[in-house]
Design a protein around this ligand. Structure first.
Ligand SMILES: Cc1cc2nc3c(=O)[nH]c(=O)nc-3n(C[C@H](O)[C@H](O)[C@H](O)COP(=O)(O)OP(=O)(O)OC[C@H]3O[C@@H](n4cnc5c(N)ncnc54)[C@H](O)[C@@H]3O)c2cc1C
Length: 385
């Protein structure tokens, strides 16, 4: 039984499918419509610490590349060859800074990543302009290129994983009636879950993949799994994002770009996803709509500076605040969970990058009963109530 059909739950369900185990996937909303649907979905190991977490993220990047090889042309998003209806946007990431603290951080990042054997190189400004003609890069900027990074479109990726899960026999229930409202236990063991629609589903293992709602779902089984709250002042969990919708014929962004004041990535139909780390500090789940709209306009202003030809004709859409599932130490939480025997938790930030690899590792543990050494640093027991 998998609770939650975001990228984490669907990647796991796809891996469990066809194994002979009876698997249910329940979501109280629509698959991929939670945090996954609002994610920037940059596939990277750019700032992951300590070293074991970096390595896990690199194996996450490789798992994405492997799924693309296995799927073939249908995996690629529009503008990247193939059939154009898929999710994968290769092409790496460009990151630049002109000086000051932004450049110091970039220098440290490139040095650390090169030490770790990661593809991170300085490239001349004309080369960067050639790679991404739609952006403004000044002559004095220093530009780093991370060629193995990518972006994915969450909707088509989740749809693909869900189709794989269904084809392999996973039973999927979604919508309000499938929201899990109780976990039944007997003798301290999970026996099944109760859904808002009245259905009871028997299970001897419940895997909680409920994203930022993990603490409340775990609590249904008497377990403690902490996440950074989305409504605490200064919390890193809430994130402001907005989309640009350029007019037809406007130049297109083709890969991830990161500057000290703006992160941007291409979306389907020429749209562009915008985020700025400093503006995230200004929001939480209760920020009034007019303040969110003003901050989204600030993202548009910054886009005029970084992507002038794209932003010139663009309409700003979808300015909103979304909550990241953020473990207190920023690393993933994965494993059997104290409170009820048979309850397993998988929750993480960077879940787009990690999803496919976590799906492989967790399915391996559940099906074989053998612990994966790679998951040892991430066990829920490191947090004490
Ligand atoms: C703005 C933003 C930018 C991000 N950028 C990146 C990035 O660039 N790269 C990256 O790797 N990661 C990024 N992340 C993080 C990444 O998106 C998340 O880690 C990932 O999407 C989490 O997936 P999930 O499946 O755990 O959660 P979700 O997508 O939220 O899925 C959880 C599901 O559980 C369901 N659920 C909850 N409670 C119940 C219940 N009681 N019963 C049944 N179902 C329930 C929900 O309906 C939901 O569908 C970003 C996140 C945000 C918010």
């Amino acid at each position: 039984m998998v609770i939650g059909a975001g990228v984490i739950g669907t990647a796991l369900a796809a891996r469990l499918s066809g194994s002979g185990a009876e698997v249910w996937l329940l979501d109280g909303g629509e698959p991929g419509a939670g945090t996954t649907g609002s994610s920037m979905a940059w596939i990277n190991a750019h700032s992951k610490n300590p070293r074991h977490y970096h390595d896990l993220a690199v194996s996450g990047m490789r798992a994405h590349a492997a799924l693309v090889r296995e799927t073939g042309p249908a995996a690629f998003a529009e503008g990247h060859g193939g059939e154009g209806a898929g999710w994968y946007r290769p092409g790496g990431a460009l990151r630049w800074a002109s000086g000051g603290p932004g450049l110091d951080v970039l220098r440290q990042t490139v040095a650390r990543l090169r030490d770790r054997g990661y593809a991170a190189e300085w490239i001349p400004v004309p080369r960067a302009r050639e790679l991404e003609p739609a952006v403004r890069i000044d002559d004095g900027d220093r530009v780093a290129y991370f060629r193995d990074e990518a972006a994915v479109d969450p909707g088509p990726l989740v749809a693909h994983l869900l189709a794989t899960a269904r084809a392999g026999g996973v039973r999927v229930r979604t919508g309000g009636a499938a929201r899990v409202v109780g976990v039944d236990t007997a003798g301290g063991r999970v026996r099944g879950v109760r859904c808002a629609g009245g259905e009871t589903v028997a299970a001897d293992v419940a895997v909680c993949c409920a994203g930022w709602r993990t603490p409340e779902v775990a609590a249904l089984a008497g377990a403690y799994v902490p996440l950074v709250p989305g409504d605490a002042p200064g919390s890193e969990a809430p994130t402001l994002l907005a989309h640009l919708e350029p007019a037809a014929g406007a130049p297109r962004l083709t890969r991830m770009v990161l500057t000290p004041g703006l992160h941007a990535r291409p979306l389907a139909g020429g749209r562009v996803y915008l985020e700025a780390l400093d503006l995230n500090d200004e929001v939480d789940r209760h920020t009034p709509a007019d303040r969110v709209a003003a901050l989204a306009r600030e993202l548009l202003d910054r886009a005029h500076g970084v992507l002038p030809a794209v932003a010139a004709t663009a309409r700003l859409v979808g300015g909103r605040v979304c909550t990241r599932p953020m473990p207190p130490d920023d690393n993933a939480i994965v494993g059997w969970t104290d409170g009820a025997e048979g309850l397993y938790t998988v929750v993480t930030h960077s879940g787009m990058t990690l999803s496919l690899r976590l799906g492989e590792l967790v399915a391996g543990e559940l099906l074989s009963g053998r612990e994966a050494p790679e998951l040892a640093p991430y066990r829920p027991a490191r947090f004490v109530r």
